[in-house]
Design a protein around this ligand. Sequence first.
Ligand SMILES: [Mg+2]
Length: 191
Amino acid sequence: MKRLRILCDVDGVLADFVGLVLDYVQKNTGLSYLPSAVDQWDCFACLGLKEHWPYFCTQVDELGLCRTMREIPGARSFYAELRRIAGESGAVRVCTTPMTTAWLSQRAEWLVAFGVPLHEQIQWCDKHELVPAYDVLIDDKAENCAAFVKAGGRAFCIATPYNTHLAELGYGNDVERGTHAECLEWLRGLA
Ligand SMILES: [Mg+2]
């Protein structure tokens, strides 16, 4: 069996960031949206609420909103299966980009509560710099997946309404895209 070293993103893969944004929007504007309304990476811009971004960041820091984020349904069993697939000779690490310095510590706490100890967490901005130390990236940002593949790694994009443009980036054939279950099937084929 191949030694598989897996990086797993958090927001949009394990944690419901869009849900956090929509909760904020409902509370601060009275407007309600379905998750499918967030069909671009810049979620506030695509809702026509770009001016809310700085206040959202302040609220996240001051109210500790990152710690309150809901888990995506099935996230714990998905992560447990990643560990099983990587096996004892491989490795799974979460790899997540901090939004603010306060976010960094809030995210670390969220992950510990989720079951990922601090030494299995990587908070990093340019994930493709971690090729070749890691073989696979699981992420919801199309650009992150494309950059990881360009650097020589393999990537799976967890499908959302805001990451349908892999083909436009030129990575429609090189980056897998689908559900969490399809991601696990793909990984089993690599292991
Ligand atoms: Mg993400």
